[in-house]
Every structure is written in structure tokens, then in C-alpha cells.
Design a protein around this ligand. Structure first.
Ligand SMILES: Nc1ncnc2c1ncn2[C@@H]1O[C@H](COP(=O)(O)OP(=O)(O)OP(=O)(O)O)[C@@H](O)[C@H]1O
Ligand SMILES: Nc1ncnc2c1ncn2[C@@H]1O[C@H](COP(=O)(O)OP(=O)(O)OP(=O)(O)O)[C@@H](O)[C@H]1O
Length: 574
């Protein structure tokens, strides 16, 4: 159904091709998963199928890509719209209408479908993706995950033969991700739809794939095969595969269920090791005697223009004693929605807290309240001792830094080097600190590239580095792993653990259960704006089908959460 013949893509000004010599076929009615490290060229390859590369991105495409027999070089994306539905990594930039219902209907209208068919499919899709309650809502007022559902729904309604999906579950809560993947599998099995999907969170998707295409390194030839075969050699793999490799299981398990069936022996070996979950999984970092020296930094979500930045005074820490942030009976209203209801949360220095919960539960709203972007409708909020919405941004930015859900909002320079130089200057840091952090998170990003042209993971790494350079006492990260491969995630974990050990407090809103298990001392779950669980990570996640990481599910009732913990315990037991 999709054929790549010796495909090479070179972007303008690039020294080397982003994708080189790719030759492969995606058969009709299969779900093919495209995997590989951040920046390896996955989105580029997907773009050649929808025609966005090179028609919209520029650059040159050599070789040939055909979809249902149509050559994507000679057919514009518009001329492929009846066969290919595409969801990109940034749905917001692709929405064409204002409301949920209109967006679901738009693709069908352009293809001239009959009104009764359109009506029926809109209703079906609203139900399928849990969007019925949001049908009249302006898209701009939806949470990140709600927007991603609309984007997926809008490509399903025209029933295209081919779906091209770039990290389609990156903003979805675990249950919603499962639902969407089940829907996709049904389309593949029942309607013969062909799906080509790139995804980093393999723990969510690998078991649904008929075939996996691995791009191992930029410009390297793809490795194609059955999921278990490719996972055996892949540099990116989910925790269950890691466990299988560690325990020498063959064939490798792809699902928690497969792994549980094999895990009896492993459970026995681990039973005598000191269980990390018996107390706190990762003991919180020792709290420092002195608060960290909070350097000057720019919360660019608030202070976006260079002119505003220039006014920020180079002043010293906003370090009062006591908690770094407090929400007390905090309620926040957004339009008609009561997004937070009487939330109680205290964040101490050195603590890392994962905020979890369904799409639309209020996670981003809480982070926004901590930086004063939203005001309480009742109750109170304090960050670093200040009332954020009544504090001058240039004062507040010494106390708290936010990496927003959309990292683009934080970046405004023309090059990576320029962005980093500005970040160092804002932070009063030694020149080169930000650049070193970028390279630490994802190696190989060129200085001269425009942030707009970075891959999703590369752009997030840059935004993280910009905020981390400032080393604020309170760090807020909204879904900080989109586009990041496992290795980049592990490096981020190391950096954040280091900051926590120095006494910085970190609050991350995330759907990434594996990240929460690695990093968080404490998990707070929000549901419909209320705190419904708050406790040490293992206590909260181990018994939760939605939020437990794979290792916990495999080894339950033992309280192990991560592959690293198991590896260490086995090494100690030898
Ligand atoms: N429009 C562009 N101009 C120049 N370079 C680009 C452009 N788009 C992407 N690149 C570069 O091409 C390479 C591949 O990017 P691509 O987005 O395809 O990677 P990816 O595998 O999808 O990454 P991620 O996992 O982070 O989403 C990257 O090094 C990126 O910087
Ligand atoms: N500008 C807005 N106007 C009205 N309602 C809004 C607005 N922004 C968000 N909401 C609503 O507030 C609620 C909380 O949204 P929020 O973005 O905090 O959720 P979230 O937990 O971060 O979700 P996600 O996991 O999808 O990112 C949702 O119901 C959302 O639809």
C-alpha cells in the first residue's frame, strides 16, 4: 500500500540527508510501527507519505514514495487527502476550524460526502474517542490530550485507506492511549486500513504492530521485521523487553502478560533482595541545609519578548524557608469549566512530584496557577513564598521555571546557539552551560539550525535546557518526554535527580508512567480537578492498572518499579 524506493531526503542547508536510501513496503491492512532514536528521521519519513515532505517543508526528496499507486512527489498533499489521513506531532498547527464538531466534519466536507453520512460518522467518532461532552467546545480551550483526540478523530471520519500517525499517543492518558490503539487495531483488522505510526512509548504500542521498522541511526538502513525480532536488536525498547533481555527470555516478551507468564523464577530470585517498595522506592534527596542559590532566569512563557527579558534584574535567590510551593483549597475556573477544585498541595525543596491523571484533569491548570498565568477563583496559591498572579513576572521568574506542554512557546531565537546564548545570559550562567545541557540530553544537534526545524524531541531538549540552565528553585515540567527516546529520557532523569539532590523541587505533569516511576518521590493524581491520591510513588502506582509501570505489573505483588532497580538487585544477589 505504501512503497518507499531508495528514498533520501535532504533539508535545505543540511550537511547530510535526514533519511537515506530507505527501501521498504508497508503492506495493505497492516499496522507498521516506525521506531528509532530522537531526530533519526521518523517524522521526515512519515512526511514523505502524506506529501508534506518536501511540498511544505522544503528540501529535496530523491527516490520514490507511492501510496495506493500515487507518487507523492507529483501529487500534492491535497490530492492525497482521499487516501491518506495524517496526524502530526503538533495537532494545534493543523486544525482548520474552531470547534470540535466542525473539525471532525471538515475532512469529510472537503471530500464532498453526503450530509447524513457526515452526521453519522461525527457521532460515531465523538463516542469512540470520548469527545461527546466536548463537541461544542472551541478547540483552543481544550487540554493537550483532548486536542490530540480531536486530531485523531478528524482523520478517522473520512475513512482513509491509509493512516500516517506521528506519536499519536504522546499527549494521551494511559487509558485513552489504549482506547485509541484498540480503535486503530479494529480499523486494521476489520476494514483493512493500513497504518504507519511512529511512536517512542513502545510500552504502549509494540504489541499492536504487525511489523516494526527500526531506523537505528541517522542515514542508516532500516531494520524491518516482526516486533520481537526487531526488539531483540533495537537500541530503543520498552521495559518488558528490557526485562526479557536481562533475564535471557526467548522469545522476548512484548506484553506484560507474556512477561508475567515467564516471571515466576525471577520473582523468586528477587524475593530475597531488599524490596525497594517496602519503604519509599527512591528515598527523597537529602534536603540541603541551605536553599540553592536561585539564579536569575527567565520564565519565557511569561516574559517572551527580548525587550521584556532585558528588564529583568540580575538579582539573587528568592529563597524563603519552608515549602517551595503551596496550593491551599485552590479552585480555578476556566470559562465554564471548574478546572481545579479545592486542591491541597505542598511542595518541599528536594521533592520530585509527578502529577498524573486523565486528560483534562487539571494538571496543566495547576502548573499555570503556580506561575501566575491563571488566578484562583477561590483558595490560594504561593510559589517561592510569593503570590504568583500578583507578582511581577520579572520577580517571579527568580522563583519558578516552567517548560510548557508546547516547547515552541518558549523559543524565539533564530538558531540553537542563539537560544542557548540568551538562556545563559538570562540565567547569569557561564557561557556554554545551556549548549552543554542540550548536547547532554540529545547529542548531535547543530548550532546553526533554526529551532523550528528541530525534530520534536530535539526541540523539547532545547526548551528543557533553556529552563534548566537557570536552575530555578521550583521547576515545573509539563509532559517533558514527548519526542524523547529512552536514552534521552534516562539522561533527563539523571539531570533532574541531580537538581533534586541539590534541593530543587520538581513538579512534572506527565502521562509517562515509566518516567514517573523512575523519577518521582511522590505521585499526585488529579481527577476532574480534585486530588484523589497523594503519596509515595510505589504506594500510589503499584496497585493502579492505569498508572503502574510495566515492571510493577510484571512483578506484582513485589513492589519493584523500574528495570534499573531490578538490574541492581540481581547484580547484588549474585
Ligand atoms: N524543515 C527542516 N529543516 C532542516 N532540518 C530539519 C527539518 N525538519 C527536520 N530536520 C532535521 O532532520 C532530522 C530528522 O528530523 P525528524 O523530525 O524526522 O526526526 P524524528 O525521528 O521524527 O525525531 P523525534 O523522535 O524527535 O520526533 C533532525 O536532525 C532535524 O533536525
Ligand atoms: N482556555 C480554556 N478555556 C476553558 N476551558 C479550558 C481552557 N483550557 C483548559 N480548559 C479545560 O480545563 C480542564 C483542565 O485542563 P488542563 O489543560 O489543566 O488538563 P490536563 O490535566 O493538563 O490535561 P492533558 O493531560 O490533556 O494535558 C479541561 O477540561 C479543559 O478542557
Amino acid at each position: 500500500m505504501i512503497r518507499f524506493e531508495n528514498v533520501t531526503v535532504t533539508y535545505e542547508g543540511a550537511d547530510a540527508p535526514s533519511v537515506a536510501g530507505v527501501d521498504l513496503t508497508v503492506p495493505e491492512g497492516e499496522l507498521v510501527l516506525l521506531v528509532g532514536p530522537s531526530g533519526v528521521g521518523k517524522s521526515t519519513l512519515l512526511g514523505t507519505v502524506s506529501g508534506l515532505v518536501p511540498h511544505f517543508t522544503g528540501g529535496t526528496l530523491r527516490g520514490r514514495v507511492t501510496v495506493a499507486g500515487r507518487d507523492t512527489r507529483t501529487h500534492k498533499p491535497r490530492e492525497l487527502a482521499d487516501v491518506v489521513g495524517t496526524v502530526g506531532q503538533d495537532p494545534l498547527s493543523h486544525f482548520v476550524t474552531d470547534t470540535v464538531e466542525d473539525e471532525l466534519a471538515y475532512g469529510m466536507e472537503s471530500l464532498g460526502l453526503a450530509p447524513d453520512v457526515m452526521r453519522r460518522r461525527v457521532e460515531e467518532t465523538l463516542d469512540l474517542l470520548g469527545l461527546a461532552e466536548l463537541r461544542d467546545r472551541p478547540i483552543a480551550t481544550l487540554s493537550g490530550g483532548q486536542q490530540q483526540r480531536v486530531a485523531i478523530g478528524s482523520v478517522l471520519t473520512p475513512h482513509p485507506k491509509v493512516l500516517v500517525l506521528d506519536e499519536p499517543t504522546s499527549a494521551l492518558d494511559p487509558a485513552a492511549a489504549e482506547e485509541v490503539l484498540a480503535v486503530l487495531q479494529r480499523l486494521v483488522h476489520d476494514l483493512g486500513t493500513t497504518v504507519l505510526m511512529a511512536e517512542h512509548r513502545l510500552e504502549r504500542v509494540v504489541q499492536y504492530a504487525d511489523q516494526v521498522v527500526l531506523l537505528p541511526a541517522p542515514g542508516a538502513a532500516p531494520v524491518v521485521g516482526a516486533p520481537a525480532e526487531v526488539m531483540a536488536v533495537s537500541p530503543v525498547y520498552p521495559p518488558v523487553v528490557g526485562l526479557g533481555r536481562l533475564a535471557d527470555w526467548s522469545p522476548l516478551p512484548l506484553t506484560v502478560r507474556d512477561a508475567r507468564r515467564r516471571a515466576a523464577g525471577l520473582r523468586e530470585r528477587l524475593a530475597d533482595a531488599p524490596a525497594p517498595g517496602s519503604g519509599r522506592v527512591a528515598p527523597p534527596a537529602p534536603l540541603p541545609q541551605r536553599r540553592p542559590r536561585a539564579r536569575r532566569f527567565t520564565l519565557r512563557g511569561l516574559v517572551r519578548t527580548p525587550a521584556a527579558r532585558a528588564q529583568a534584574p540580575a538579582s539573587e535567590a528568592a529563597g524563603e524557608d519552608g515549602p517551595v510551593a503551596v496550593a491551599a483549597a485552590l479552585s480555578v475556573r476556566r470559562g465554564r469549566v471548574e478546572a481545579l477544585r479545592r486542591v491541597e498541595l505542598t511542595v518541599e525543596p528536594g521533592e520530585t512530584i509527578a502529577l498524573m491523571g486523565r486528560n483534562g484533569a487539571g494538571k496543566s491548570t495547576l502548573l499555570s496557577a503556580f506561575v501566575g498565568m491563571l488566578e484562583p477563583s477561590s483558595g490560594s496559591v504561593r510559589s517561592g513564598g510569593a503570590v504568583p498572579h500578583r507578582t511581577e513576572p520579572r520577580e517571579l521568574i527568580r522563583r519558578v521555571g516552567l517548560v510548557p506542554q508546547e516547547p515552541r512557546d518558549l523559543l524565539y531565537a533564530d538558531t540553537v546557539a542563539g537560544e542557548c546564548a540568551a538562556a545563559d545570559q538570562d540565567a547569569g550562567a557561564e557561557p556554554g552551560r545551556c549548549r552543554a545541557l542540550v548536547s547532554e540530553l540529545i547529542p548531535g544537534i547543530a548550532d546553526g539550525i533554526h529551532p523550528r526545524d528541530l525534530s520534536e524531541g530535539q526541540r523539547l531538549a532545547l526548551a528543557l535546557a533553556v529552563v534548566l540552565t537557570a536552575r530555578p528553585p521550583l521547576l515545573l515540567l509539563d509532559e517533558p518526554t514527548r519526542g524523547l527516546d529512552y536514552a534521552a529520557k534516562a539522561r533527563l532523569v539523571t539531570v533532574l535527580r541531580g537538581l533534586a539532590a541539590e534541593g530543587h523541587a520538581i513538579v512534572l505533569a506527565t502521562h509517562d508512567v515509566e518516567l514517573a516511576a523512575e523519577l518521582a518521590h511522590r505521585v499526585v493524581i488529579l481527577a476532574e480537578g480534585e486530588v484523589v491520591a497523594d503519596g509515595p510513588t510505589a504506594d500510589v502506582v503499584v496497585s493502579s492498572p492505569a498508572f503502574a509501570p510495566q515492571i510493577a505489573k510484571v512483578l506484582a505483588p513485589l513492589r519493584w518499579l523500574t528495570l534499573g532497580q531490578v538490574r541492581t538487585a540481581l547484580a547484588g544477589a549474585r
